[in-house]
Design a protein around this ligand. Structure first.
Ligand SMILES: *Cc1c(COP(=O)(O)O)cnc(C)c1O
Length: 360
């Protein structure tokens, strides 16, 4: 079978050229006589791979020098614990905006470790918008404000960055990192699981402002301490070596697409095709308010559960994969991360038109 358009929310599609390069280098990387997977993480050849990956990430995202880049394991979810353990240490207070499922989990986990305040939520409208600045109740003495920048399950994204009067913003960018330019200096910390826009699962990238890496809470396990990871260049133990190598290949590809500006244009074009179609259709609808529509995860429904199920079944027969919405919200979701080509979105819209014509 040939490759298909995979709309999975993660792990998700990767560019074919990246997979081909990985395949080509699989058995013998750069004349080392071995696969990257077989290499000691302390070897010279691997040292160059990890250093280059960091260097490329710094270039692509224009990360200022006073930020540390860490390559960790445990997924974005592990950060839900690491963040309060390491950063909720000055006033032992943190503010959280709950804009969906993952930020809800982060909030719940943080509550174990200190005084955590729900600074805003859109739970009442089933997360179809992002709480606006006016809806927030922020504390001036919070050690940080946690947000989830793109809500993978609900298909919403921020169209502003909260004004916090100096309280550092910690942002979960798992499903939007590398999708458009960001001003890293506006954040205290950015983190993301790799499996949406940065490569295979198993790697979590943390970008944290130097001065925030202080003393963690006392009982913090050594593997969960940012300071230990900083002091050991992410090699306190064996890092996820192959996933870091793949991140390097993904970054080369992002550069070849014109960097983050190029990615943004590509993503706006793709999402625009889908939203324009949804807006003119009376058969499909999206619950997300216009100003918070995600470029990465497009959620929609026919408004009828049985029709949605029929749509999903028909889509699978046409070789579109993973269009079923998350089990907690139902409906449909097309995840169109960086690697989804325009043709994939065009083919999806053509199928949606055909299905609408037959079923409206
Ligand atoms: C996927 C995702 C997570 C969970 O990531 P894991 O790596 O599976 O722990 C957290 N936050 C967001 C926004 C996500 O999209």
């Amino acid at each position: 079978m040939s490759r298909i358009f995979n709309f999975s929310a993660g792990p998700s599609m990767m560019p074919e050229s990246v997979l081909e390069r990985a395949a080509k280098e699989m058995l013998n990387y750069a004349d080392s006589g071995m696969s990257v997977m077989e290499m000691s993480h302390r070897s010279k050849v691997y040292d160059k791979i990890i250093k280059d990956a960091e260097k490329k990430l710094r270039e692509v995202m224009a990360i200022p020098d006073n930020y540390k880049v860490l390559f960790l394991q445990g997924g974005a979810t592990m950060q839900f614990s690491m963040i309060p353990l390491n950063l909720m240490t000055k006033n032992k207070k943190a503010d959280y905006i709950v804009s969906g499922s993952f930020s809800g989990k982060a909030y719940k986990e943080a509550k174990k470790y200190g005084d955590v305040h729900l600074a805003g939520t859109s739970r009442e409208d089933n997360f179809s918008h992002i709480a606006t600045q006016e809806e927030l109740t922020l504390r001036e003495d919070a050690d940080y404000l946690h947000i989830c920048e793109n809500n993978t399950i609900f298909g919403t994204t921020y169209n502003y960055l909260p004004e916090t009067n100096g309280v550092p913003i910690v942002s979960d960018m798992s499903s939007c990192i590398l999708s458009k330019p960001v001003d890293v200096a506006k954040y205290g910390m950015i983190y993301a699981g790799a499996q949406k826009n940065m490569g295979p699962a198993g790697l979590t990238v943390v970008i944290v402002r130097e001065d925030l890496v202080g003393e963690p809470q006392e009982m913090t396990p050594v593997m969960l301490r940012y300071d230990e990871m900083v002091n050991n260049d992410s090699m306190y133990n064996t890092p996820p070596t192959y996933a870091i190598y793949m991140l390097g290949l993904m970054l080369d590809w992002v550069e070849s697409m014109g960097g983050l500006k190029g990615m943004e244009a590509h993503n706006e074009k793709k999402a625009g095709i889908l939203y324009d179609y949804l807006d003119q259709s009376s058969f499909y609808k999206t619950n997300v308010v216009k100003e918070n529509r995600s470029l990465m995860n497009v959620t929609f429904t026919t408004g009828d559960e049985e029709m949605d199920a029929k749509f999903i079944k028909a889509s699978v027969e046409k070789k579109f994969s993973n269009l079923k919405g998350h089990r907690s919200v139902g409906g449909m979701r097309a995840s169109i991360y960086n690697a989804m080509p325009i043709e994939g979105v065009e083919a999806l819209v053509a199928f949606m038109k055909e299905f609408e014509a037959q079923n409206a």
